[in-house]
Design a protein around this ligand. Structure first.
Ligand code: BV8
Ligand code: ZN
Length: 265
């Protein structure tokens, strides 16, 4: 029975996107903070609540802010890490893992630093902006990156960040701040895959932060089909073949349901 006749027929857009995904051979999934929203993690655009409401994340996520006030920036990350530890994958993350059941190779390129795609079981994740769950010496004194496990350190946690046990410099989150370069290997692989993709699924990104925001335009330029999942329109909507307007935790499971249906049809 074709899905159109089924009274629960998935909206045609969902089925069209599922058909494009079924036929993909080199799928790249690009995700941003929006995919973690339904896990309870506010996006950069959301006003942070309570104590942090008065700060703009774009101002705090910078080397200058850390230099000026290491305790403020460190405490902001401790607050966000606690939220991430409480959060878990949501149905949107799980749907991206489920894609691997139907497709030969799914690469997730994420701007997020929360590690949830990896936690949820995605097998090939490129993290463009590092991981807020890891810390490093701010001087990378033992090489790039000099990761430091702060659970091995004893210091007054109310005083802000600990010092590097090797060189005494501040320990900082192992993320890429505004004004800092992205890890070259991750960025190069993300560019290569976007240049070879036949389909790019773009989920939960405002398409503002560079150079990640460039990736859908690169993919489009060489002929990839672009599918965007986002409740709002973004600069990427203009080049998307389909814009599935809604929360990814609701939309992506529907896409997987449609993919399952047409894969067994
Ligand atoms: C660099 C780690 C070279 C930290 C982050 C060219 C033009 C203009 C500016 C620049 C440019 N080149 C460089 C810049 C400067 C800057 C930049 O892009 N600025 C922006 C603000 C204009 N870029 C950089 O500095 C980058 N470095 O280019 O290096 C260089 C070197 C030296 C000097 C100059 C250049 C570094 C960028 C990395 C910054 N670090 N994260 C941390 O997380 O604490 S980026 C940070 O922003 C997060 O990772 C987050 O992912 C990202 C925010 O973007 P989004 O993910 O898109 O999230 P956002 O909140 O914006 O949007 C959420 C979306 O979800 C919305 O669209 C919403 O509608 C949607 N949504 C909401 N609910 C849902 C949903 N979607 C689905 N389901 C839902 N339920
Ligand atoms: Zn050090």
């Amino acid at each position: 029975m074709s899905s159109e006749s089924d009274k629960h027929a998935l909206p045609p857009l969902i089925t069209a996107a599922a058909r494009a995904l079924r036929d993909s051979r080199r799928l790249v999934v690009l995700t941003g903070a929006g995919i973690s929203k339904e896990s309870g993690i506010p996006t950069f655009r959301d006003a942070m609540d309570g104590l942090w409401a008065r700060y703009d994340p774009h101002q705090l996520a910078t080397p200058e802010a850390f230099e000026r006030n290491p305790k403020l920036v460190w405490d902001w990350y401790e607050y966000r890490r606690e939220m991430v530890r409480q959060a878990g994958p949501n149905p949107g993350h799980r749907a991206i893992v489920d894609l691997e059941t139907y497709l030969p190779h799914v690469v997730v390129v994420t701007q997020n630093t929360d590690g949830i795609h990896q936690l949820c079981g995605s097998s090939d994740v490129i993290t463009l902006h590092g991981s807020m769950l890891s810390n490093r010496c701010s001087r990378n004194c033992q090489g790039d990156p000099t990761l430091i496990d702060v659970d091995d350190l004893v210091w007054d946690r109310d005083s802000g960040p600990p010092r590097c046990p090797h060189c005494g410099a501040w320990v900082r989150p192992a993320v890429v701040w505004f004004g800092e370069s992205l890890p070259p290997a991750a960025l190069e692989r993300a560019f290569d895959l976007s240049n070879q993709a036949d389909v790019m699924l773009v989920v939960g990104t405002s398409g503002v932060v560079q150079p990640a925001a460039n990736l859908p335009f690169l993919a489009r330029r060489q002929g990839a089909v672009i599918i965007e999942v986002n409740p709002s329109r973004t600069p990427i909507t203009a080049i998307a073949d389909w814009h599935l307007a809604g929360p990814s935790g609701q939309i992506l499971p529907q896409v997987i349901a449609a993919l399952a249906e047409i894969s067994h049809a």
